[in-house]
Design a protein around this ligand. Sequence first.
Ligand SMILES: *Cc1c(COP(=O)(O)O)cnc(C)c1O
Length: 380
Amino acid sequence: MPIEFAQRTRRIPSYPLAAGYDLGDEVAMLASNETPFAPTAEVAEAIARAVAGANRYPDPSYWALRQAISERYDVPPGRIALGNGSADILLAAGEALLEPGAELVYAWPSFSVYEHLPAASGARAIRVPLDEHARHNLGAIAAEVTAATRLVLICNPNNPTSTAVDLDAVQALLERVPRHVCVVLDEAYCEFSLTLGDPQASVELLRGWPNVVILRTFSKVYGLAGLRVGYGLCGSEEFRVAVEQVRQPFYVNAVAQAGAAEALRHQDEIERRVVATIAARTEIAQRTRALGLWVAETDANFIWVALDERAEAWAVRDGHGVDSRAEALAAFERHVVQGLRERRVVVRAGSALGRTGSLRVTTGTDDENERYLSALATLV
Ligand SMILES: *Cc1c(COP(=O)(O)O)cnc(C)c1O
């Protein structure tokens, strides 16, 4: 007899896992929005020191890391939530805020993890389509807030579409949302965003809105995706207390705490990475457009490509026998993703992210970007 699991296990989607780990070395891994830059020597040393003390449990107060984040953003340590990646804080927020009868509102397509929240809690998700520029439609999101709403998620810049909305628009949304509704601004890519400007700018919103939580991560520009550390800058302590209540006490391991605190001390390195990434994204966006494809305006370390313009021509020319536009698009996406993979370039298919007929391509090293561009040129 099979084991009997809880109902919700039938609803919770499986996270679209990145592929390519079976391809061995010399693969351009452009599917997970990581940075191609390895940890600096100082960060690697801090990690090694922490490893040497791994017989001890981690500091359960997270003092050094909390202090480092507090100093950088001028937010009191008690208003900093930490997690095993910011995805951990998101899932904990779902557990702390949602239940059957409650509602949450978010744009779609947006971050895949959001889909877990309604499925795990039984709350109702309201997904608001992006506008024709693949940007958040904040007015439409505000209009979906009801008496049942507990949580609004704004992914800015948005994953997977790379677009950002400015802080005036975010502020206008906050003015329309009641103060008992938690608004999470998921800013995993804010450091790359010229629309948002300085990463400190959105933090100022916390002064006026105690219901706001700004989620950030060490997985993207800080280059520590493998360690799993994220944080939330909170408008009030209540959110931090609630997400701690629903998790085990040790949600960030000792090695990760040490690496993250050290990484924060090297803002010159972060600045260099941002400059290099902006140059790389501009290059791959322009040259992808030159192949006749639509690419969203990017504020992140990745680009979002619509394959529509080329799909039908490809289906007709190569006689793939597909009957509809939708089928042609899906077949063309498979052709491109598979063709790139055969050329040892791994990108993310839009069909796994909420819009079939798209690609999400992370900026890599110059060499990896060139490999992506030349492989794509042979495929479209
Ligand atoms: C990558 C990402 C995160 C962060 O994930 P971690 O769990 O911190 O690695 C959060 N939100 C979005 C939108 C992301 O793309």
